[in-house]
Design a protein around this ligand. Structure first.
Ligand SMILES: [Zn+2]
Length: 314
């Protein structure tokens, strides 16, 4: 009897210990598994920034999917900059995105040029948030979209400021320089686009608006240092922009194209996609991937998606 009791106790201890160990191992395996899944979403070739280590100091760039239009929100240390706000119909989407990111005040609002797919949603944005500075090039338009934008600015007792090419500004821990426009009488409204180069420590980002080859050539002729790690491709991947010469000078590792799925302009074009492929530039695009986020600690750049295709529209 004594031996039987001993046997039961020892067996029970072994069973309990095995169950406990099993549970522990399974839990541990699950943790490892989750980490692996997370890494698969990121670009394996790049130095990864540990999500738990993302700090307020990091520069966060959100390319918001507004279809065939442009909208970029930039955040650092509680400061915010908005470049364009999509079409008229995107106003609420953009306002909600900004609210979700905790925006109450925009330190800079940049309307790159007068076209609806850039300033369409800006009146909604201006009505919903406080703005420090609102940039717009020296140009006007007779469209209702433009009138709505100007009305919203006036209602806030604000004035549009047309920054000069070469002018430099501070944004949180970063700086940015105005590279265009470099003239004041363009045939095509796209060339009025305000082009900015944003720099945080050792990394730079260039935002092209819809600037075309004419503006790109002027930027190069002015002798600006256009070298950037990431480019927001000009004019939704149209063949009018992203000339070979300009792309070579920028020499980016990453390109983001804000473009609508099955858009009527057939953007992006073959010539641009071929060029990006030729220079081995990793492409990210809103038509295939929706919203795209880039995070930079001044040294590393991480995107929240793996690179998209070099597909083009015919
Ligand atoms: Zn556009």
């Amino acid at each position: 009897m004594k031996n039987k009791a001993k046997y039961i106790i020892v067996t029970s201890i072994i069973i309990i210990f095995t169950l406990f160990l099993g549970k522990y191992l399974v839990t541990d395996f699950n943790i490892t598994d989750t980490t692996n899944n997370y890494n698969e979403d990121l670009n394996k070739e790049d130095s990864l920034v540990d999500v738990s280590k993302i700090s307020n100091d990091d520069l966060k760039i959100y390319f918001i999917d507004v279809g065939q239009a442009d909208c970029t929100l930039i955040e650092q240390n509680g400061k915010f900059m908005l470049i364009d706000a999509g079409n008229n119909d995107d106003g609420n989407l953009v306002v909600n995105f900004l609210k979700q990111k905790g925006v109450s005040k925009l330190d800079y609002v940049i309307g790159t040029h007068a076209h609806e797919d850039h300033i369409g949603g800006l009146d909604n944005v201006i009505q919903n948030f406080d703005e420090e500075k609102i940039f717009f090039p020296k140009t006007t338009s007779t469209t209702k979209t433009f009138e709505d934008f100007v009305k919203a600015v006036k209602a806030k007792n604000k004035k549009l400021y047309a920054p000069n090419s070469g002018e430099k500004f501070t944004f949180a821990n970063s700086t940015f320089e105005i590279l265009a426009p470099n003239a004041d009488n363009y045939e095509d409204a796209n060339n009025y686009s305000i082009v900015i180069k944003l720099t945080y420590k050792n990394r730079s980002f260039i935002f092209m608006g819809d600037a075309e080859k004419i503006s790109e050539d002027e930027i190069l002729n002015k002798g600006y240092d256009v070298r950037s790690d990431l480019i927001k491709i000009g004019h939704h991947g149209s063949s009018s922009s992203t000339s070979d010469k300009f792309l070579k000078a920028v020499n980016p590792k990453y390109a983001v194209i804000c473009v609508g799925k099955d858009n009527s302009y057939n953007h992006p074009k073959k010539s641009v996609m071929d060029r990006l492929k030729k220079y081995n530039i990793k492409v990210y695009r809103t038509d295939e991937q929706g919203d795209i986020t880039a995070i930079c600690d001044g040294e590393n750049i991480v995107l929240d998606k793996t690179p998209a295709s070099y597909n083009y529209m015919k």
